[in-house]
Design a protein around this ligand. Structure first.
Ligand SMILES: Nc1ncnc2c1ncn2[C@@H]1O[C@H](COP(=O)(O)OP(=O)(O)O)[C@@H](O)[C@H]1O
Ligand SMILES: Cc1ncc(COP(=O)(O)O)c(N)n1
Ligand SMILES: [Mg+2]
Length: 527
């Protein structure tokens, strides 16, 4: 059985189904699936092995078509053995005709013939997720060690055949200048202009990766979608363990697209995953060379003690609780959080309006301990200071709180930030400010928030369509209307946030479990 929960214990201890997937209910029920068409790296830092690990870490199934077998280690590439063309074709047919991946990601494509066979196979077996964004091309040419993985002879077929079919292409700075036949890129301005020029070959989105940009203290990537530029910036992790970052980034983008994310949001999540993986494995020692791999599966190892890296699927069943409502039912906030997780909550937010800061902090610390032990992220409502003080996984802020950009500056790159948004303008602001998701509502009338106009299902749809970020619906959602919300079937609508229907009830765990089952039914969970 494939288990997409970040913490398998949550499933096994409480006998829950695996996390639900938001593949539209009108499609066959499937778990998100990426096909990687790439070369094998015997050192397992890059290539097929990186793709398998990155997809696994991001909760996505990955099948593989191997184009070449490389003898490779941390020193360099000692040999390349290209898989015979007819056997590449056979592998493609085997996977595409039967397993129907949602997204195809390509890496090392060592010959023109292999590129042509791939294009032909993709025409014969079109690959789509939510009718769009299904081909991610990482135009691998030279390894970081300087060894050639695909010679200049592939450039024409790459430019003329594969790139026009690509939804996202992810050249590093060297690959970008090779594709364009231009001088090396030296600045971010060069990266922008290269992204624009590569876009003319026909891909819908171009991401020029700046990991190897000299004299840049940050790792900056530039995305161009034909209209807008997006700049993704993270601090540069000081490590030699960065072999395979390019493959990993592209695989993680493909994984997020397979879950239904839009391109900018997929890039953002993927880049943060790479940065976090580099940071957590910066000191590991594998091999004697200077092209050393990092640890893709940090998430599995770290779920008990490390901060939670945002995954849009966390938003599936979002439990929001405060002490006032719990007091009415004679339970502590800590018991409420435990019960919600027991019932299947995939993320928890605590909010307090009338408790003293010191008490709130103590409660938050206790809740965090429970959440960490189950690998469920804990967010603090409004209070960035409390989130920082207890090292919570992030915050949820409203339109009258600090702007997302300031919250991001205060909280740093890895904390989760959600923003309540009613309008497309607010959703855009949240994205630009560095938020991870938006909460949109009130979908239905509610007693928990005064002066909060209802936007209805139409307002929710408008917000989702306008948002580049994943969305969680909020406001008056309960077991009788959750299905109508999820039925909207919008790819970035990831789940529902619930207050009263879980906590203004006698048994929090029973209500949460019932709602979980219902949501799972609406989105057709497969196990
Ligand atoms: N030392 C680093 N610290 C943080 N991010 C990095 C570092 N090196 C690369 N990255 C990021 O890893 C991804 C892969 O980029 P890059 O290294 O340029 O590609 P490639 O591996 O294809 O050469 C990009 O998102 C880049 O910004
Ligand atoms: C099989 C294979 N595919 C891709 C790369 C590129 O990875 P990197 O740029 O990190 O060396 C590689 N070295 N080997
Ligand atoms: Mg790299």
């Amino acid at each position: 059985m494939f288990c997409a929960s970040p913490n398998p214990l949550v499933s096994s201890m409480w006998n829950l189904k695996p996390r639900a997937l938001t593949i539209s209910s009108s499609m066959e029920p499937k778990i998100p699936h990426v096909l990687s068409v790439a070369g094998s790296d015997s050192g397992a830092g890059a290539g097929i092995q990186a793709d398998l690990k990155a997809c696994a870490a991001r909760g996505v199934y990955c099948s593989t078509v191997i184009t070449a077998v490389t003898a490779q280690n941390t020193v360099g590439v000692q040999g390349v053995n290209v898989v015979p063309l007819d056997f590449v074709e056979k592998q493609l047919k085997s996977v595409l005709s039967d397993m129907r991946p949602h997204v195809v990601k390509t890496g090392m494509l060592p010959s023109t013939e292999i590129i042509k066979i791939l294009c032909q196979s993709l025409r014969e077996f079109p690959v789509q997720v939510f009718m769009k964004e299904a081909l991610v091309v990482d135009p691998v040419m030279v390894s970081t060690s300087g060894d050639v993985l695909a010679g200049p002879s592939i450039l024409d077929s790459l430019r003329e055949e594969l790139l026009p079919m690509a939804d996202v292409v992810t050249p590093n700075i060297k690959e970008a200048s090779r594709l364009l036949g231009c001088a090396p890129l030296e600045t971010i301005a060069d990266m922008r202009s290269a992204a624009k020029s590569i876009h003319k070959f026909g891909p819908r989105n171009v991401l020029v990766k700046g990991g190897d940009l000299q004299h840049s203290s940050d790792a900056v990537d530039i995305l161009y979608d034909g209209k807008e530029f997006f700049e993704f910036r993270s601090s540069r992790v000081k490590t030699q363990n960065s072999h395979g970052t390019g493959c990993t980034l592209a695989a993680a983008i493909a994984a997020e697209l397979a879950k239904g994310s839009q391109v900018p949001s997929a890039v953002k999540v993927a880049k943060r995953y790479v940065e976090t993986a580099l940071e957590y494995s910066k000191d590991i020692l594998i091999g004697n060379g200077n092209q050393r791999p990092f640890d893709h599966l940090l998430k599995l190892k770290g779920s008990f003690c490390m901060p939670h890296l945002f995954d849009p699927q966390d938003l599936f069943l979002y439990a929001v609780t405060d002490s006032r409502m719990n007091k009415r039912w004679g339970r502590s906030m800590i018991d409420a959080v435990k019960a919600a997780i027991e019932g299947g909550a995939t993320i928890v937010q605590i909010r307090e309006k009338d408790v003293e800061t010191r008490n709130f902090l103590e409660t938050a610390k206790a809740c965090l301990e429970i959440c960490r032990s189950f690998g469920v992220p804990l967010l603090i409502n409004d209070r960035i200071d409390v989130a920082l003080a207890c090292d919570a996984d992030g915050v949820h802020i409203g339109q009258s709180d600090m702007p997302a950009s300031i919250a991001r500056a205060l909280l740093g790159p890895t904390k989760i930030i959600g923003v309540s948004c009613k309008t497309p303008e607010q959703a855009e602001q949240a994205f630009v400010g560095g938020a991870d998701y938006i909460g949109s509502g009130g979908v239905y009338p509610t007693n928990t928030k005064e002066n909060n106009p209802t936007i209805g299902l139409d307002g929710l749809r408008t917000a989702c369509l306008a948002s580049k970020l994943p969305v969680v619906a909020i406001g008056g959602i309960n077991a009788s209307n959750a299905h109508s919300v999820m039925k909207l079937g919008l790819p970035n609508l990831k789940g529902v946030a619930v207050v009263s229907a879980l906590f203004d009830r006698e048994s929090v765990s029973t209500e949460t479990r019932t709602l979980y089952e219902l949501l799972a039914e609406s989105t057709r969970v497969v196990s």
